[in-house]
Each structure stands twice: as structure tokens, then as C-alpha cells.
Design a protein around this ligand. Structure first.
Ligand SMILES: [Mn+2]
Length: 351
């Protein structure tokens, strides 16, 4: 397991130097944030990022994300231009030593929550997804803006995108994903860069848009589209775990045994009776997922990929990017490290 931490670049309130101070931290997960989706990242900007990370003594080897242009997901004739750019990005990132690229294939919206600052019992705040709140949301009114939602869309552009997606059902989305993978995976393999798709969050359709990276049956189908280890997963426990139909421990076990998990996102969620969920501290008793069991199966299967603590709560008066403060993610990192150290000692008979 290589412990990593997401960093949003020079504008991030969480400084690289602070991340460096978390014991056992190995690498930084980051991206170029000022290039429009679908365009090429310059070699200069990639190497500048690499230098910043390496200057504090951390590795630059995981990118989250190289986003996929909507024309690729929609299967429009313009997709080939964006796929060519995507291949260039893979090649150039590999020149800078990048080993894993995380991406997702969710139409229009990235991860979705209905509230970003829900006060939990202990006074911390967390991201939550309440079904009754979601039912009152209409992205086409343009009055909503949540992180993960591309705010660069105007109301008209969003209406246009929804119109285009009205012709894209799950099967069409599958075939557009297959087309994309068959183009990029050979390039990734030649560059020794492992592609790692992030599951949809939450793992079911919202606002009538199709979602396919959602459950075990579909992950099996995804891995078979191009049956090559360079076509792999970012297994996000919180995303898959926010639906009760997913048995996260068994999925982590299966896909890590297959060597298809290149990147782990570890966090906990508390499932509520109506299918809503709240993000919680990583510690197992705080949520519905058993983080110790997840780490146990990874350890048993000799997982040597990258792993980062995913979203954290806001605690100790910290403010900043919801889900991405320093303190609670650092607590999560140390909790995970403690579990891993214990498992290491037990497996070596050193208990
Ligand atoms: Mn995640």
C-alpha cells in the first residue's frame, strides 16, 4: 500500500508541507486544474507540478483526474479529437513518471451531495446526500452549484446537454465507454500508465442521466470490455458503499485478487433507512463500512497500489474545500496506517 493524499495545487489551503508531515505519507494525488476539459496539458505545466511535489519529498505518480470530455461520453463525431488529446496527456504524464490516472465516466455531473456542511452530533460538519432534498433539486433551473458540478455551463448549455443525453441510455453509454477504452488502453499499456476508473457517486442514476459504473455486475462487465490490467479501477469505498446493494468488502477482495485495483479511495459513509447517506469519520463504528475488514482483504491480497483517505469532515475549526480539509483526512490517513502496520506485524508473526 502506498499512502497518498489529494492536493488541489498552489491555491489549495492545505499546503504540501503540511501533507508531508503526516507520518508514512508517500505520494501526492493532483491534476492540472486550469486547462479546459478535453484539451492537452502542456509538458511544462506537468513538469512544474512534478517539481513542486518532489521538492517537499513526495512522489508525483497519481493523477486525479484527467477528465473525459462530454462528447466522448455522448459518442459524438467530435470525440476523436478529444480522444487524441487524451492519448497525448497519457503520454506526456508518463514522461513525468506518472503511474496511475484516475478518471470517471459520469454524464454531466461528478459526485453529488445535497448539503456540504451538515452538522453532525459531535459538532463537525460533513457532506450528506438526503433523498428528500435531492427530489427538490432541479439542475436545469441553474440555481444550484455544488463542488463536482461544472459551473462553467450556462443554463442553456446544460439544457442542451440534457437534451443530448436523452438519446443516450445505459447501453449507448456502455458502447461509448468501450470505444474510448479500445482507443486509450493500448496507449496506456505502451506508456506503462494504469488507468483507474472511479465509480459513479452515488452509484445509481440521478436526474434521469444514465450511470453504469455502479455495482459488481457492471464492474465485471467494465473490466471485460478491455481485459487488460491497464484497464483497472479506482475502488472508492464511499461511492460504492453509499448503496446497500454493494458488498464493498467482497468487491475489494475480488478485484484486488484480480490485480485490477490500482487506486483505493478509503472513507466511510453512514447509510440511512431511506437510502440517504452521510459521510462520517473513517473509524468503522462511525459509519456503515467496516474499514478494518477492507484493509484486511487488501493486505491479504498483497495490495501494492496507491491508497488515499477520501473525503473528511471539517473539524477543529478548519474551513476550506468541503471534504478536503487537512485535519480529518490526516486522522483517516493515520487510522489506515495503524491498521496496516498491525496487519503487517501479525502476518510476520511479530505479535
Ligand atoms: Mn472517491
Amino acid at each position: 500500500m502506498k499512502l497518498s493524499f489529494r492536493w488541489y495545487g498552489v491555491d489549495d489551503a492545505v499546503k504540501l508541507q503540511y501533507i508531508r508531515q503526516i507520518p508514512s505519507m508517500y505520494s501526492i494525488v493532483t491534476a492540472i486544474y486550469d486547462v479546459p476539459v478535453g484539451e492537452k496539458w502542456s509538458i511544462e505545466s506537468i513538469f512544474s507540478l512534478k517539481n513542486q511535489v518532489e521538492n517537499v519529498g513526495l512522489k508525483f505518480d497519481v493523477i486525479e483526474s484527467v477528465p473525459v470530455h462530454e462528447d466522448i461520453k455522448l459518442g459524438l463525431s467530435t470525440r476523436d479529437k478529444y480522444i487524441a488529446n487524451y492519448k497525448e496527456n497519457i503520454k506526456n504524464l508518463s514522461k513525468a513518471g506518472v503511474k496511475v490516472i484516475c478518471y470517471n465516466f459520469m454524464p454531466v455531473f461528478d459526485w453529488t451531495r445535497t448539503q456540504l456542511d451538515k452538522v453532525l452530533e459531535d459538532g463537525s460538519t460533513a457532506l450528506v446526500y438526503y433523498k428528500d432534498q435531492l427530489e427538490k433539486m432541479d439542475p436545469l433551473t441553474g440555481e444550484l452549484s455544488l463542488p463536482g458540478w461544472d459551473t462553467s455551463y450556462t443554463k442553456d448549455q446544460l439544457a442542451d446537454l440534457f437534451e443530448k443525453y436523452s438519446k443516450v441510455d445505459e447501453e449507448v453509454l456502455w458502447s461509448n465507454l468501450e470505444y474510448f477504452l479500445k482507443e486509450i488502453i493500448p496507449v496506456a499499456e505502451a506508456c506503462d500508465v494504469k488507468m483507474a476508473i472511479h465509480p459513479d457517486d452515488p452509484p445509481y442514476s440521478i436526474f434521469g442521466l444514465p450511470r453504469i459504473i455502479t455495482n459488481e455486475k457492471n464492474l465485471d462487465r467494465f473490466l471485460k470490455l478491455v481485459d487488460n490490467k491497464y484497464n483497472g479501477l479506482t475502488l472508492c469505498t464511499g461511492s460504492l458503499g453509499s448503496a446497500s446493494f454493494n458488498d464493498v468488502v467482497s468487491m475489494v477482495d475480488k478485484y484486488s485478487r484480480q490485480g485490477r485495483i490500482h487506486f483505493m479511495h478509503v472513507r466511510n459513509v453512514k447509510l440511512l433507512e431511506d437510502g440517504s447517506f452521510e459521510e462520517t469519520a473513517h473509524y468503522s463504528p462511525c459509519g456503515s463500512l467496516d474499514i478494518v475488514e477492507i484493509m484486511k482483504v487488501l493486505h491479504k491480497n498483497n495490495f501494492d497500489g496507491y491508497l488515499r483517505p477520501d473525503h473528511g469532515r471539517m473539524i477543529w475549526g478548519e474551513s476550506g474545500r468541503p471534504g478536503y480539509g487537512l485535519f480529518d483526512r490526516a486522522l483517516g490517513a493515520m487510522y489506515i496506517t495503524g491498521i496496516w502496520e498491525t496487519l503487517d506485524k501479525i502476518s510476520k508473526g511479530d505479535n
